[in-house]
Ligand binder design. Structure first.
Ligand SMILES: NC(=O)c1ccc[n+]([C@@H]2O[C@H](COP(=O)([O-])OP(=O)(O)OC[C@H]3O[C@@H](n4cnc5c(N)ncnc54)[C@H](OP(=O)(O)O)[C@@H]3O)[C@@H](O)[C@H]2O)c1
Length: 336
């Protein structure tokens, strides 16, 4: 039986903010699985801010090549095995791969990982239960090294990583200040227990708003955004503050990547520690997170929130929404 898959190709490299014209939807025939190969129909795929950098003509991705013009894009996906010529995979198995941005594919079994959902909805493994949640846990507990009594500031707080950071910091007994854009996001952050919420799009001065929320300063800054948020955090930091530098989305569409952070001299005076990290360098700690996460989710203490777009044809638009704040929690595409 011939299987046709629609997939998204990179048509052109964006300059600044990407547009739908940078993407192209193509239909391809999925190859028959040979020996040791498996055919998969994708059910869910993720879109992530980091993919913006992979669209550029610079090799910033040490663990995989950048996207090539005219070729299918890649990214995390969850699918179901529909044919298998490998003993390790049976028809009906749920699998994770980096072969997203397409409806179906045939690949060597080595490109797949069987998904044990631990009784949770499979799509959670692209969010709270997967690398997204782990990134939050890692940055907070290992990179920033939370200490009792820390006041924690989180930017991008209503997004996929940020919303998990806020919840874990609250679970660990900390005062949490979250920044996000818009009334819906403010309401969501209050619902998940964030102590002080800043709508950064509505306040005249972000640094002043942060100082007002944390009159004695912040100890930990979880940075998803960079730019003005980082500047505000530098201004509000207490001596020996620790910054987990997770991402800098405010600069991803800027030609200079968001250079020119003001207030860096405070790093010395306040003896701050700013540490960048990439989740893939710390995967050995993932089991620790998973065992903790399952308990938190089952007890209702850690909530998963998704924004779901439907159909591969809407994947580019879903991706673009990451840069305009069009997602609450994890942005996912359901491949109906
Ligand atoms: N280091 C790692 O290993 C690692 C792993 C995963 C993700 N990350 C990084 O973590 C960050 C969050 O990723 P995510 O997947 O959780 O995405 P996300 O937060 O779910 O989505 C992006 C959010 O960023 C905010 N945003 C976009 N442009 C902005 C701007 N100019 N200024 C302020 N906020 C802006 C928007 O929220 P608002 O509506 O609030 O503006 C948007 O909803 C990204 O920087 C990403 O690159 C790093």
């Amino acid at each position: 039986m011939t299987l046709i898959s629609r997939e998204v190709h990179l048509r052109s490299r964006p300059v600044g903010m990407p547009t739908l014209d940078n993407f192209e939807l193509a239909s391809v025939t999925v190859g028959e699985p040979g020996a040791g190969e498996v055919q998969v129909r994708n059910l869910w795929m993720t879109v992530d801010p980091a993919m913006r950098r992979w669209m550029d003509d610079v090799d910033v991705r040490s663990y995989a090549p950048r996207y090539q013009i005219g070729e299918v894009m890649s990214g995390g996906a969850i699918g179901e095995v529909v044919r298998s010529n490998d003993a390790a995979f049976q028809v009906g198995d749920l699998v994770m791969s980096e072969l997203g941005w397409r409806e179906a594919f045939t690949a060597p079994a080595s490109a797949l990982r069987k998904l044990n959902t631990l009784g949770l909805p499979p799509q959670m493994f692209l969010g709270v239960a997967g690398l997204t949640g782990f990134t939050a846990y890692l940055g907070l507990t290992k990179i920033a090294g939370l200490k009792p009594g820390d006041v924690v500031f989180v930017s991008g707080a209503a997004g996929a990583v940020g919303s998990v950071v806020c919840q874990i910091a609250k679970l660990m007994g900390h005062t949490v200040i979250g920044s996000a854009g818009g009334a819906d996001k403010v309401a969501f952050l209050k619902e998940i227990g964030v102590d002080h919420v800043i709508d950064y799009k509505a306040v005249p001065d972000l640094t002043e708003a942060l100082m007002a929320a944390a009159p004695d300063g912040i100890d930990v800054y979880y940075d998803n955004v960079g730019g003005e948020h980082l500047e505000a955090a530098l201004a509000a930091a207490r001596t020996f503050g620790r910054f987990a530098m997770c991402g800098a989305i405010a600069g991803y569409n800027l030609a200079d990547g968001g250079a020119g952070i003001r207030g860096m001299r405070q790093v010395v005076g306040k003896q701050l520690r700013l540490q960048g990290f990439v989740v893939f360098s710390h995967l050995a700690l993932m089991p620790e997170y998973l065992s903790q996460m399952v308990k938190w989710v089952e007890s209702g203490q850690l909530k998963s929130r998704d924004t779901v777009e439907h159909g591969i044809e809407n994947a580019p638009a879903a991706f673009l929404k990451l840069f305009t704040g069009g997602n609450l929690g994890k942005m996912l595409v359901k491949l109906d």
